[in-house]
Design a protein around this ligand. Sequence first.
Ligand code: PDD
Length: 288
Amino acid sequence: MASSEPIVYINSEYLPQSQACVSVLDRGFLFGDGVYEVIPVFGGKPLRLNEHLDRLQRSMDRVSLSNPLSRDQWKEVFSLLLEKNPGADRSIYLQVTRGAAPVRDLSVEADIDPTVFVMVNDIKPVDYARLENGIEAITVDDFRWKACDIKSVSLIANVMIRLQANAKSVMDAVMVRDGLVTEGTASNIFVVQNGVISTPPKSDCLLPGITRDLVIDLARANNFVVEERDIRQSELQTADEIWLTSSTREIAPVVKLDNRPVGDGVAGEYWRKLIGIYQDYKQELRHG
Ligand code: PDD
């Protein structure tokens, strides 16, 4: 993106970021009462855009927010913003909150307008040599609520868990609820053992990641065996490989967990194959 100030979208207006304002009574600010999406864009082409907009709709339905924009209107906002913020690989961040009521009250006023905010950020080109070094993580009790399938802006539990990881000088945490692995603090998890790639099934205990689904589709299309099944915490200790996936992180190998090496303690052969396939997919998207 050029060094000039980014242009953002706020409630039907396109403004320089420093001029975009939201009321202090906005329910997103006061209660975390809103939902969001992060959509990666390669060569100007959003990755799995319809799937992101489907998930946005599901999040909004789950919190009883009506979608302020039609699918075509969302797409128009995205393409205008991408045009106004030229750059290489980018990500679209969108957020819809329930809006600002006249007074702070948990009860919802029927007729307040939602606040719609969209911005475009650069995605730093993934440094594969660095990615290959892998990341270190710890396991942490997943004390979040039973509505983790909603992409909610209320992320304080994720922040607390990430802080626990950072306090131990590691990058991330793998969360475990009732003995079962759920996800990373901002990513889904895959485990490879004996040539089988596994990931926990979709439920209210994790976010249904768009990258998760893409990795499953790409792996199956390339004849890998993929299972969506419960993963017990104990399996993390015997896994050959562990990966964390997200729109911005792509597929990151976890090479050390709870201070013990995962598999051989280096990025594994399945990761190497899948990250290659993922890069090819991005290239096709860019040039397709
Ligand atoms: N987060 N699980 C959680 C809790 C997440 O926050 C995310 C993504 C994912 C992966 O979803 P996807 O593959 O659709 O990016 C799983 C985004 C990137 C974020 O909050 O910035």
